[in-house]
Design a protein around this ligand. Structure first.
Ligand SMILES: *Cc1c(COP(=O)(O)O)cnc(C)c1O
Length: 432
């Protein structure tokens, strides 16, 4: 096993992904290619479902955040596993609907939903709209009235937690384009307004504190703040929230330096805190929803490339150039995200060649990783970047007119294309 159960090495010395030889997969499907171990995704969905039921309560469910990875086949899988879905655009809603995903299980997010977006969501039968601000409430009430509907909504609240600093920092997230802040008093006013609209049904509250969080403390702090807010809202208006949606954010192990995450134990600890805080603040325990994205799909996905140019600049560094890069993985360019890179063709050899892995774009910043060590590759070797299941395909672009790679699903020892590779003709399809 390398990092996660999905990855191993076979007798040929090749990397295996979900038990399949990565070098063979590269031959069959071409490179670059995204691979997704859907058995691992299903296992993660079941882990979340079971843990939520056990520790949050019978009606509590995880919602998969589609912004991490979005295509029809994945929505079918999420539906089969009984999860809810979090969509952030009409495009994601359209994809879910096209896959036959039950629309009443969808939460629709976004800090700037247009009137057309809201109308589209209502026409699609989306279960909950997460209202982000007062302008949106007003627009939604008007549109719902015109359509003769009374949609269920949650209000996005900013609890004021910066998960990457430390606990009880009550300014961090207040300055955000998302939601209404408790600290400024705007959240309380937001609730009063929401309760006053005739065409809206308020079901509860939503907050999201961040992403790639390894600790449970930020979530516990968010619960504390949200439950005490709910107690104040009840005292102020008599309104008792039924749903508390705590957003996404559980971390994922990308490299050996990242901790191993015990998701079940995190949920157990959070569940115990929720029970304690409900008693403390004297509020009825709400249905808990969370929206994991990264932690459902990241570890199950990897990207295969073919090595091209290998060059060493004496006194500086070595570059390994691959046939993809920032168009399929912009995360290093965007956030200096760290990845585990392997020479899949020589996965059993010493990883003693320290290099920078670069993409093929006309852009010096088009890098996948710097200072990583792998078995020295030669032109034609298969290079694998592990743990790319989240925020890679979904963030892919056509920069430099590079077609998007396919998504290949691996399950039960076989592989099938779930999203086909784009062609050059696809690239010019919209040019009139
Ligand atoms: C990004 C986001 C998520 C998913 O976060 P992960 O870190 O991928 O789990 C869930 N909900 C909201 C509102 C988000 O913005």
């Amino acid at each position: 096993m390398i990092l996660h159960p999905t990855y191993d090495i076979n007798e040929a010395g090749h990397l295996t992904v979900a038990g399949l030889d990565a070098v063979e997969l590269a031959k069959e499907f071409g490179t670059p290619a995204f691979l997704l171990d859907t058995d691992a995704v299903r296992a993660q969905c079941r882990l979340y479902r079971d843990a939520f039921r056990t520790y949050f309560g019978e009606s509590s469910l995880p919602a998969f955040a589609g912004k991490a990875l979005c295509y029809k086949g994945l929505y079918r899988l999420i539906a089969e596993e009984g999860l809810l879905a979090d969509c952030v655009s009409p495009g994601e809603i359209f994809t879910a609907k096209a896959a036959g995903f039950p629309m009443e299980k969808v939460f629709f997010h976004g800090n700037n939903k247009t009137d057309a977006d809201l109308r589209f969501a209502l026409e699609s039968g989306v279960g909950h709209i997460v209202a982000d601000g007062e302008d949106e409430l007003c627009a939604l009430d008007r549109i719902a009235g015109e359509m003769g509907l009374k949609p269920h909504i949650l209000l996005r609240i900013t609890p004021g937690i910066d998960p990457h600093t430390h606990r009880k920092i009550s300014t961090g997230n207040v300055d955000s384009k998302f939601g209404m802040a408790i600290a400024t008093g705007q959240a309380q006013e937001f609730v009063r307004r929401a309760l006053g609209y005739p065409n809206l049904t308020l079901d509860g509250f939503h907050c999201h504190v961040g992403s790639q969080i390894f600790d449970t403390e930020p979530f516990e702090d968010a619960c504390d703040i949200m439950l005490s807010f709910m107690a104040r809202v009840r005292a102020d208006t008599g309104y008792e929230a039924e749903i508390l949606n705590l957003g996404g954010g559980f971390g994922v192990r990308y490299t050996e330096e990242d901790p191993v995450v015990d998701y079940r134990d995190n949920i157990r600890r959070l569940g115990a805190e929720i029970d304690r805080m409900c008693a403390l603040h004297g509020v009825k325990k709400p249905v808990i929803v969370m929206e994991p994205g990264r932690s459902v799909v990241a570890a199950a996905g990897c990207t295969l490339y073919t090595c091209g140019t290998v060059k060493t600049i004496p006194g500086f560094r070595s570059y390994v150039s691959v046939d993809g890069g920032m168009p399929d993985n912009p995360r290093y360019a965007l956030y200096q995200s760290r990845y585990t890179v392997l020479n899949a063709s020589r996965a059993d050899a010493d990883a003693d060649f320290t290099c920078t892995v670069a993409g093929r774009c006309c852009e010096s910043g088009d890098l996948i990783a710097e200072g990583v060590s792998l078995a020295k590759p030669v032109r034609g070797d298969v290079i694998a970047v592990l743990v790319t299941g989240a925020y890679n395909y979904s963030m892919a672009s056509h920069y430099n007119r590079i077609p998007k790679p396919p998504v290949v699903e691996l399950s039960g020892g076989s592989a099938r294309v779930a999203v086909r590779r784009e062609t050059y003709a696809d690239l010019t399809a919209f040019d009139v």
